[in-house]
Design a binder for this molecule. Structure first.
Ligand code: ADP
Ligand code: MG
Length: 738
């Protein structure tokens, strides 16, 4: 097919080499999907006042003046060409190229491309590339009044691209090989989309701005549709696998557990529970994403699913991202189960099972006991960090894998655990915080989703305030609030971005110091507020002595962070849970899972260093009981700054879905969709997770229907080809990010 033709036969060997080396463009398809970054109106000069030093620019300007100067210190000439937009000027410098005077005459207009440099308060381009508009004769490279400006590099200018694209488009027009359109005709008709050839023409050589927009709208569809077809195929493939059905059993552990629960399930928990139970009863593996508002009670939903599987004779594993969280889960699951988790012990219920905990740092004997229980099947419920994935961990009959706080796990880890089952296990993935719908449909798009939106009814809202660090009275009130809450018998958190101390390696990424690696959402310090040249973020070990000697004098204060030895961490969490510690000064290790209902106030220091979803998750640590909670976001960022506005947004809403959208706005799309960071080619260029929700939803619907009719794309060869082109390494990486 024409699109797969290598460029060297189309644009010539030399240009093809440049396109490959500079922009990673190898085929006609690559080239035609390298879209203009913007368009300039022919004759409309570029505003020269706003050029940024250091940037590679392409400007449309008019030559005003040309001078030749002899160099004073060495032989040779300097050609100085001043170009203008009618108001501001830019200097172009050429060494020993006097012959350029012949074409760079005053009054001539053209495009000039180069890196902006500054010399004695004047901005200049040294040896820029240029393309002149000769009189009324339009430069043949550019067809119409709108000149496309391509993402270019220093040695591959926008007009080299424009020329190459023109050759490719002409070939496309003249070829007998028709351009097969990957978008099925019915999809195009339903959504009023132009065909592929028309879209490519419109984007590269637009007759008007509206024309260009039509082209882009259509090409955006290609991106969404191809992606959704890939995801639909993955869903279909997963659904085709065999799994052991684990139907609910009346009168089993689950029923006994429900009878023991100290609270009624929320309607949402019951609904999602039924959905999951139906999945588990099926003979194909469940692949479901459970997302929900912070504090909505996802753990109970997961535990009920696990008990269903145990009732059906299987085992269930819960994979937690950090050791603190794994231990916390084990503790709370054992507490919730009570005698139901005490099989073989005095007081254990007759139908009881056991809960095994496996972490990287437990003692050899504890590990041996746990491994035996897992291998024999005595432990129906297995909780652990990624130590669960290690060799030597054998399950008797693994039926369900629950992945908690999925954003911290790579898919390889999920697959490694899956491989421990003789048949594909059911998989339930839980996200820590709500995620925008578009992220659910793309990054997690191979999973069915279920969402918990309501909180248990007895919760009091957490009141959130931004505390300006510069205002001593406010800061004093913050500490006063903590003292008051402790006075009233409650407990408090003080959260800092860093650990501090002698060998401080910097930011304490949530969980990064533990065995699961770094948090791909970006930890503190990477937020949009994190700029250069600011003081280091506050650190646990640095503020601790000041707090104990000052505002928190007389209170029982303890520190918790990732560098503590495991037993100590565990001991601190236990003491805090038991009420033996009033104030926990901690890094974001408390972000997930630490569940102490008596804690009613949290002060987050240098709060602007965190993303808004992370703050929302942190805030979820208080207000878990019935007493009202407080969240105090301390910051030195000035009022009205973007950092302050983000904190104000956290204060203004308790809606995690709304905050997730804000988070998305603050990150570059590429960070979410994978590729752009690396600067490599990505098949997702136009699609926006923020703006294209409706499109993504429609594409998903269309793709699912198509894959249901034609799973192998046998009747859609052009779509199959587009998919194959997209599923290169990087794309695989993107899909795997779930
Ligand atoms: P998250 O969804 O953020 O992971 P958790 O599962 O940690 O939330 O639950 C938060 C707290 O709410 C826990 O202490 C849990 O025991 C409690 N909880 C869960 N479901 C209910 C309910 N239906 N009613 C009251 N409390 C509940
Ligand atoms: Mg949780």
């Amino acid at each position: 097919m024409l699109l797969d033709r290598p460029l060297r036969g189309v644009v010539g060997l030399r240009t093809a080499k440049v396109l490959a080396a500079q922009l990673d463009l190898h085929t006609v398809r690559d080239l035609l999907h390298h879209y203009p970054r913007r368009y300039v109106q022919r004759g409309e000069l570029t505003d020269l006042a706003h050029l940024t030093v250091g940037e590679h620019v392409t400007v449309q300007a008019e030559v005003r003046e040309v001078r030749v100067r002899s160099l004073s210190r060495r032989p040779g000439h300097l050609l100085e060409v001043t170009v203008t937009d009618g108001r501001d000027e830019l200097l172009l410098k050429f060494f020993n190229q006097r012959w350029r005077q012949r074409e760079l005459r005053p009054g001539v207009r053209g495009l000039f491309a180069g890196k902006v440099e500054q010399f004695k308060h004047r901005r200049e381009l040294n040896h820029p590339d240029y393309q002149l508009f000769d009189g009324d004769d339009p430069v043949e490279t550019f067809a119409g009044a709108l000149i496309p400006i391509y993402p270019a590099t220093a040695t591959c200018s926008t007009w080299v691209l424009a020329r190459s694209v023109r050759v490719a488009l002409d070939l496309l027009d003249s070829t007998a090989d028709p351009l097969l359109d990957p978008l099925p005709a019915d999809v195009r008709a339903r959504h009023h989309l132009v065909d592929l050839a028309a879209a490519l023409h419109a984007v590269h050589r637009p007759a008007s701005t509206a024309d260009a927009a039509r082209g882009r709208a259509r090409l955006k569809w290609d991106e969404a549709f191809v992606l959704q077809v890939a995801l639909a195929q993955r869903r279909a493939a997963a659904q085709a696998l065999p799994a052991t059905p684990r139907p609910a059993r009346p009168g089993g552990l689950l029923a006994a557990f429900d009878a023991r629960l100290p609270f009624p399930l929320t309607a949402g928990q019951r609904e999602v529970g039924d959905l999951v139970a139906a999945d588990l009863a099926g003979s194909h593996p469940m692949h479901r994403l459970l997302q929900g508002e912070v504090g909505s009670g996802k753990t109970v939903v997961a535990l009920r699913a696990m008990l269903t599987v145990v009732d059906a004779g299987g085992q269930a594993a819960l994979l937690a991202p950090t050791e603190v969280l794994a231990q916390q889960h084990a503790r709370s699951v054992r507490a919730l189960l009570g005698p139901l988790a005490a099989a073989g012990e005095l007081g254990g219920a007759p139908i009881a099972t056991r809960v095994a905990l496996l972490t990287g740092s437990q003692s050899a004997s504890a590990r041996k006991t746990a491994l035996d229980e897992v291998a024999s099947g005595a432990a129906g419920v297995v909780i652990g960090t990624h130590a669960l994935l290690h060799e030597g961990v054998e399950f008797h009959d693994l039926g369900l894998v629950v992945v908690d706080e999925q954003h911290r796990f790579g898919v390889e880890q999920r697959d490694a655990l899956r491989a421990k089952a003789s048949r594909p296990p059911h998989v339930l993935v839980m996200t820590a915080t709500p995620i925008p719908r578009t992220v659910a449909m793309t990054v997690y798009g191979d999973l069915e989703t279920a969402t918990l939106t309501e909180l248990p009814p007895d919760r009091s809202p957490v009141r959130t305030h931004v505390v300006p660090g510069a205002n001593a009275a406010w800061v004093e009130r913050m500490w006063g609030r903590i003292r008051d809450e402790v006075q009233a018998g409650h407990q408090a958190y003080v959260v800092c971005p860093r650990i501090g101390g002698a060998d401080d390696a910097g930011v304490d990424h949530a969980g990064a110091e533990e065995e699961t690696g770094e948090d791909p959402r970006g930890g503190p310090g990477e937020g949009p507020g994190g700029g250069r040249g600011r003081r280091a973020p506050l650190a646990v070990l640095d503020v601790l002595p000041d707090l104990v000697a000052g505002p928190l004098a007389g209170l029982r204060v303890a520190a918790l962070h990732g560098r503590l030895p495991t037993e100590e961490k565990d001991e601190v969490v236990r003491a805090f849970a038991a009420g033996d510690v009033d104030v926990l000064v901690a890094t974001t290790v408390v972000e997930v899972g630490v569940d102490v209902a008596n804690a009613t106030v949290m002060a987050v220091l240098d709060a602007d260093r965190y993303g808004v979803s992370q703050l929302h998750q942190l805030r979820g640590r208080v207000g878990r009981g019935t007493a009202p909670g407080w969240c105090l976001l301390h910051t030195e960022t000035p009022e009205g700054s973007p950092g302050w506005e983000r904190l104000a947004a956290v204060g203004a809403t308790g809606d995690g879905f709304a905050l997730a959208r804000i988070d998305l706005e603050q990150r570059r799309e590429g960070d979410v969709l994978g590729a752009a960071q690396s600067g490599r080619r990505s098949s997702v260029k136009l699609l926006s997770l923020l703006r294209d929700e409706e499109l993504i939803r429609a594409a998903r619907e269309g793709a699912s229907a198509l894959v249901a009719r034609d799973p192998e794309l046998a009747d859609h060869p052009a779509l199959a080809a587009a998919l194959a082109a997209a599923v290169d390494e990087e794309r695989a990486g993107f899909l795997e990010k779930a």
